[in-house]
Design a protein. Structure first.
Length: 286
């Protein structure tokens, strides 16, 4: 059966992108598939990633992206392209200019190569929402949660356009949202979406031959959610690496930032009001 895992990374930070990824595979034996991916280190990106050491995340995310896509990304530009982002999308921000020359892997060498006996890859889909995207959406009255939800809908529609084809969709719960029937109805218009369960830990639905579940801690329940989580986090970390290299290269006294609110305040203050104002919409989420 087709299985799809969807997750995001970077919802809360002030700087850098919000990355959303859908990982898709044909899985013959879900239990064996889960065991195989666990043996390869696949888990929630929060468990895999060690701040200051990109290697631990890279050893999972980069082979996962290569297996799912059938393409080995050699540069950050290659990885971003798998998630729908082109060099033209980055042209307005000088700190993104180095993606084409940032060679992968950055820290994990050699990389493992995935060979999965219990499943076959179908593909990977993604979207990177940078501050300018989120700021533009906000000016149109669309908050961050709604913008993220619309990306999930778009990715799911691309990954699984026909719910009559048997599939299992798993998605980590998006913020505090408690109902997702309307999301699925907009994903597959004209199809009937049945509510199976809407509780605090899980929201489950069925549309034709497709089951969909939105789960608290979904990374531990569905390995493809965990794989999507790692790829999304890795893409975000590569963008933060580019950002820090650019700005610390211009101002040697400027320490790097992970982009989360408290440290982002420190970083923006040190960067200076004039510089921040010149790049406000591209750099900082409103």
């Amino acid at each position: 059966m087709i299985r799809i895992g969807i997750d995001e990374a970077g919802y809360g930070p002030t700087l850098g992108p919000l990355a959303v990824v859908a990982a898709c595979a044909e899985v013959a034996d879900p239990a064996a598939f889960a065991c195989e991916l666990a043996a390869l280190g696949v888990a929630d990106s929060k468990q895999v990633h060690k701040p200051g050491d990109l290697g631990s995340l890279e050893r999972v995310a980069l082979p996962a992206a290569a297996w799912l896509s059938g393409f080995q990304p050699d540069t950050a530009d290659d990885l971003f392209a798998l998630l729908g982002e082109s060099a033209a999308d980055r042209a307005a921000a000088p700190w993104m200019a180095g993606a084409e020359t940032l060679r992968l892997p950055v820290a994990a060498n050699p990389l493992p190569t995935w060979s999965i006996a219990s499943g076959s890859a179908i593909g990977v889909h993604g979207r990177l929402l940078h501050p300018r995207h989120l700021n533009a959406a906000r000016r149109q009255g669309v908050n961050r949660a709604a913008a993220e939800l619309d990306v999930v809908r778009t990715l799911l529609a691309h990954a699984h356009p026909d719910p009559a084809v048997p599939a299992m969709v798993g998605c980590d719960r998006l913020g505090g949202r408690k109902r997702y029937g309307d999301l699925l109805q907009r994903t597959w218009p004209g199809r009937n979406v049945d509510i199976i369960e809407e509780t605090s830990p899980a929201c489950r639905y069925r549309c034709d031959a497709t089951a969909a579940a939105f789960l608290v801690g979904g990374e531990s329940a569905e390995p493809l959610i965990a794989a999507a989580s790692c790829i999304a986090k890795y893409a975000r970390e590569l963008h933060m690496l580019l950002l820090n290299r650019h700005w610390s290269g211009r101002f040697a006294w400027l320490g790097p930032t992970a982009g989360y609110p408290e440290d982002a305040k420190r970083w923006l203050h040190q960067l200076g009001e004039g510089t921040v104002a010149a790049w406000q919409d591209d750099l900082v989420r409103a």
